[in-house]
Design a protein. Structure first.
Length: 206
């Protein structure tokens, strides 16, 4: 089931968002993302990480090039849930108009992680996080699941959480380059680092 959907026109400006978009924006205290104010904004201006924006632009270029829809999975956790979502990017009837649709693949409840709670007080330090798999670098070669990182960095006891800066880990960058390179007939989403920690035997229905 599609939970969030939005469209851009040939100039990459947002032309429509669904109710799921608005609910998600409100849940993240991101009032600046609400319609109608968001309509007409260029999609790329909403993506703070340059590497992520570039991957999205290349995906859209690929779809506009007539290669058919592309899809991939990504993590979009809330404090109390690990969430594995799928993004599908499709060209709609009018040339150059692109539809983005996000569906839920799996959800796992967990103890709430304050680091992801928008209302938690923040310290002056900044913690890097991959915007695609939600892992945190322990060092440049080792990226940890968020719960592991919280334990490793001793954040349970911290009076304030570090601010989060979203980027892209090497695994996710490689996986997305593979999505861009794969033949248009292939239709399997690489999950890799973005899978939920334990095997998910049941998809969420709803
Ligand atoms: Zn990642």
């Amino acid at each position: 089931m599609v939970i969030v959907a939005y469209r851009i026109d040939a100039r990459d400006q947002i032309t429509a968002v669904n109710e799921g978009w608005s609910i998600s924006a409100q849940a993240n205290s991101a009032e600046h993302l609400l319609a109608p104010g968001i309509l007409g904004r260029r999609l790329w201006d909403l993506i703070s990480d340059p590497a992520t924006a570039q991957i999205y632009q290349e995906l859209v270029n690929r779809v506009r090039g007539g290669s058919g829809p592309v899809d991939f999975v990504f993590r979009c956790d809330s404090p109390g849930e690990r969430r594995l979502l799928q993004m599908q990017i499709t060209e709609v009837a009018e040339a150059g108009e692109i539809l983005f649709e996000v569906s839920s693949i799996a959800v796992q409840p967990r103890l709430a992680v304050s680091l992801l709670d928008q209302t938690s007080p923040r310290s002056g330090t900044v913690l890097q996080m991959c915007g695609w798999c939600k892992r945190v670098p322990a060092n440049p070669d080792s990226w940890l699941e968020i719960e592991q990182a919280v334990a490793e960095l001793n954040l349970f006891a911290a009076p304030a959480m570090p601010a989060i800066s979203h980027g892209m880990c090497p695994d996710c960058h490689g996986a997305m380059l593979a999505v861009l390179a794969k033949p248009s007939s292939a239709n399997s989403s690489p999950i890799g680092a973005r899978a939920l920690p334990q095997a998910i035997s049941q998809s969420e229905n709803g």
